[in-house]
Design a protein around this ligand. Structure first.
Ligand code: HEM
Length: 213
């Protein structure tokens, strides 16, 4: 047990926690995007997808609790590493140099992260913690995206998520030791491709819903 505490208290332990929790979020985002694609098939397809999801009952509660737990770990550890880096500025530049230089994604990680926390809170208030009696989840989504301000918020948030993920994925693979010089360019490209997919996949939904319903 002692070794576990020592590992997590160490710098690499914290990076490891960021990597594992971050990759879990990428897995969640992939599943969430695939599920949300049913919106393109119309009201009945999306409502039946949501009903099917809710019928999983305790499994969904376990997944939600895990997601929340991972989210708290990811945010707290990220903030800790951010302030630790500020306190040791020269070391930060050293780390970034080793990691292959700064990109917009890497330089903005803490800020895009904070924007995403604000967005996820807004998103859950609108779609998850809303009273669903006498309405359907499709109707809730449609009413939200009837407002141009919501479309703007969602599009900006998913672009932010795309930048965050573009560096996060690459960084996670580095931490996990999958950083062979031969595969790094491929991993970098795969990370960018994934983030573009997330950006376009989620970002087009509000526009599509507002134009077609
Ligand atoms: C157009 C884009 C999106 C749409 C239409 C959408 C739709 C939804 C809906 C309808 C729910 C509630 C499900 C329910 O309670 O029945 C939900 C939950 C959630 N969404 Fe999204 N979402 C979008 C983008 C995103 C993005 C970009 C993120 C993360 C950055 C995200 C994170 C979450 C989370 C964490 C939950 C809670 C999951 C749960 O508790 O089951 N969503 N979303």
């Amino acid at each position: 047990m002692n070794w576990l505490i020592t590992t997590f208290a160490s710098s690499i332990g914290k990076k490891l926690m960021m990597a594992v929790t971050g990759l879990s979020f990428c897995a969640f985002l992939t599943a969430h995007l695939i599920g949300n694609l049913t919106l393109y098939a119309g009201r009945d397809a999306f409502n039946s997808y949501a009903e099917h999801l809710h019928s999983l009952g305790p499994l969904i509660t376990v997944a939600e609790t895990g997601l929340l737990f991972f989210g708290i770990i990811h945010v707290l550890t990220g903030l800790f590493l951010f302030f630790q880096n500020i306190a040791a500025r020269p070391a930060r530049y050293e780390v970034n140099k080793n990691a292959g230089g700064r990109t917009i994604g890497s330089a903005t990680m803490p800020y895009t992260g904070l924007i995403l926390i604000a967005f996820i809170t807004f998103h859950l208030i609108n779609f998850h913690f809303i009273d669903k009696t006498g309405t359907t989840i499709f109707q809730i989504v449609r009413d939200a995206f009837a407002k141009p301000s919501y479309i703007a918020i969602y599009v900006m948030a998913v672009v932010t998520a795309a930048f965050h993920v573009s560096h996060g994925l690459w960084s996670a693979f580095q931490t996990l030791g999958i950083n062979h010089p031969k595969y790094m360019p491929l991993i970098r490209k795969a990370g960018i491709a994934f983030s573009i997919l997330i950006g376009i996949g989620f970002g087009f939904i509000p526009v599509f819903i507002s134009l077609t319903t």
